[in-house]
Design a protein around this ligand. Structure first.
Ligand code: ZN
Ligand code: FE
Length: 261
């Protein structure tokens, strides 16, 4: 890891009820980058406090709670790069750099290069940005949960999550919603005997009591606590009378849709 990368700070800016807008900064750089600014206000406030200029906006998908602040931020910083999914350009009209799977996004002020990963399921054009060890995955993977199926099929979302599950265990996962406690309630109904899950719930409850984010998470943790990454587990497949991982994924996703915490 380069010296620059070690100095990168990634802060969650709270927006709406439970969104996080992740903000990338470096102490010696005048620039910041934000991911999925659904609201401009927290970004404007934070950058003013920090005396920074907005260099780029990364967008994972077209939903308003991830894109609603773009126009106002562009008014303040007309040269800001706005990078997001080419497949959703019809819905995110302000993109200045539409990107596709395997494209590389270079953020020169931070010496960072992100790989674009296609993550269809929650929406069809949903993408993630990956630069070892950082992953920004929007509404695809949450801690102990995953996004809802608004546009894609269960197969598509399952495959997208599998792509993320196979990243290195120490990958740091920056999800865009604080859904962890509700997700854990559901996860524990699926696997009440999972001791890692029980311990994880305790530590997340503790964080929330102190009003701290439960995020970011990491891939190694998610492999152990996230039911949607555990669909290969034969015991779980049997428990829900499924003979495939995708079948179990579809079953769990629709159970979660109906689950009342
Ligand atoms: Zn969404
Ligand atoms: Fe969202």
């Amino acid at each position: 890891m380069s010296k620059e990368k070690l100095k990168l700070t990634i802060s969650p800016l709270a927006a709406f009820e439970d969104n996080y807008i992740w903000c990338l900064c470096q102490p010696d750089s005048p620039f910041c980058v934000v991911v999925d600014p659904g609201d401009a206000k927290p970004v404007l406030q934070f950058l003013q406090q920090q005396q920074k200029t907005l260099y780029a906006i990364l967008i994972t998908h077209h939903h308003h709670d991830h894109t609603g602040g773009i126009a106002e931020l562009q008014q303040v910083w007309p040269d800001v790069r706005i990078i997001g999914p080419a497949a959703e350009q019809h819905a995110v009209k302000l993109l200045t750099e539409p990107v596709w799977q395997h494209d590389t996004v270079t953020l020169s002020p931070f010496d960072l290069r992100f790989q674009v990963i296609d993550l269809p399921g929650h929406t069809l054009g949903h993408i993630g940005f990956y630069s070892e060890p950082y992953l920004f995955c929007g509404d695809t993977l949450f801690s102990a949960g995953c996004g809802r199926l608004f546009e894609g099929t269960a197969e598509q979302l399952y495959q997208s999550l599998q792509k993320l599950a196979t990243l290195p265990g120490d990958t740091i996962v920056y999800c865009t919603h604080e859904y962890t406690l509700a997700n854990l309630q559901f996860a524990l109904t699926v696997e009440p005997e999972n001791q890692t899950l029980q311990a994880y719930q305790q530590s997340c409850q503790h964080l929330r009591q102190q009003n701290k984010p439960t995020l970011p998470t990491d891939i190694a943790t998610e492999r152990q606590v996230n039911p949607f990454l555990r669909c290969e587990n034969k015991v779980l497949q049997q428990r829900y009378q499924q003979d495939s991982a995708v079948g179990l994924f579809r079953t769990l996703r629709s159970m979660k849709d109906r689950f009342k915490s």
